[in-house]
Design a binder for this molecule. Sequence first.
Ligand SMILES: Nc1ncnc2c1ncn2[C@@H]1O[C@H](COP(=O)(O)OP(=O)(O)OP(=O)(O)O)[C@@H](O)[C@H]1O
Ligand SMILES: [Mg+2]
Length: 527
Amino acid sequence: MNLGEKVGYIVDEVDTARFTFVSDRQRYPPRHEYLVIPGVKEREGEEFREVDVLAQVTRLVNYSELVSQQLSLRELEVLISRYPTDPKVYGEAKILGYLDENGDVKLPRSAAVPGQELFIAPSSLLEEFFSEDPENCIEIGRLITRPDVPVRIHPNGFRRHVAVIAQTGAGKSYLVGLILEKLLPMGATIIVFDPNSDYVRLKLDKDGNKTDIADFVTVYRPPGVKGRRFSDEEIGGAESYTINFSSLEREDMFSLFGIPDKWVRIRDAIETALDNLHGIYQPSDLYRELEEMAQNNDGDAQRALPYVRRVMDFPIWGSKDIPIEELIKPRKLSVIDLAGLQRDIMQYILERTLREAWNKATSGELEYPLFIVMEEAHNYASKKNKSRASDIIKRIASEGRKFKVFLILVTQRPGKVDDDVLSQCNSQIIMRITNPVDMQAVRNSVEALSQDLFEDLPGLNKGEAIIVGELTKTPAMVKVTGRISAEGGSDIDVVEALKAAKKAAETLDAASTSIEEIREGETRSEW
Ligand SMILES: Nc1ncnc2c1ncn2[C@@H]1O[C@H](COP(=O)(O)OP(=O)(O)OP(=O)(O)O)[C@@H](O)[C@H]1O
Ligand SMILES: [Mg+2]
């Protein structure tokens, strides 16, 4: 190995997890820089083996005994003008491990010795740690402190479910889009539940040209939703996503209506109306039936009307359902665009799709790995408010891996996600978090997150992530780059948007001034 620049020496007490080093103002390694301690004697039984141990700087300190806080300002000024005050530099680093003969990361069981030389880790060594096999792994960016070193994640890390956690605007959807872009051509079956239309533009790049994955992506959209951010043409086409109301179980109907078990008479009225409907029918047909009953003085039918009316307005009803078989084809990414739908129907779609996929998986009919992306996971797997989908999500979180069903949960509010679900995610990608409640939730659920990484969370910039768990050999700090497809939910430029608003307001003002002038002219001519 060609060692990098020498930065100093290990000093004081050294253990197998961390050490202190002395450097100087010219050569000191910045915080987060990777270091190597070459030739540490690692004891294996009776044998000793020399290994190169990788470490990372966690703290850096400049200090001076001369220029101290005990002095007055006047004394300091005299001192500084007469003597050189070159501060001393020391730092602390944590041990990341060494590579064994199989290329796996091992934590040393022997400590380095004080007085040992310390070097900047060469990129070739870092690549062995962070840039796994380019054939089978997914490149998601570069090491934050070493942009020449690619970071690749191993798809086997998805076996333990993945949680992507960060506050809003940190770059979660950008990153998940990038992962999907690479996982899909490898053969993955992916279903994305997309409440904010963040993934609807995967078929096009930023210039509007077709991406390589375009033919494998289907965006499903309920046809009745108005005022979408991107039209079907702007996303390269969409399939209609409808639900056949008449195919629903009666319990599901009542649950959507929001009519509890104990309202027996209203339920009975609806049952009677349903018994009169045949073939394919819509909530509007049920409404008409109940209206007729109400006109014949059926008070319960009358009371049922507003509940059915609300569901009738959901923009989702049609004459066919999307069969689950269509969504679980290999090398297919299905984005279910839930934006603009009422919460109850979003929950219903999620629960029903998961239930059907799970039935396929547990009956041995799911041939290929299925990845399920759930944005806003705190809404579906909420700690406090049990949702319609909670049970099936918990089930998949605890047993999914045995049946090739893998969750990718995305959340801004880890503190609100059901603990059982979050703790089943053994691979985590964590981006910027500053809210103390959410930081604590991350702390509690992510065992592999060390104290120093935890303390780094608020300091991360947009697009920077800490990866822990089974996606990488050792925790990685990565600047996410390389997304090809366009984003659905990128930040708007407020200055540009305000300019457009100002222009529109001025045009409106001008138009109303000229209308007033015309009116004034008309009034004058009436005189
Ligand atoms: N790695 C990156 N490189 C460049 N730009 C990025 C990166 N990650 C995110 N961005 C930009 O930052 C903005 C926010 O990113 P994104 O929508 O992915 O955040 P988010 O964490 O999903 O937020 P929310 O929780 O609100 O959905 C977007 O405009 C996106 O283009
Ligand atoms: Mg997002």
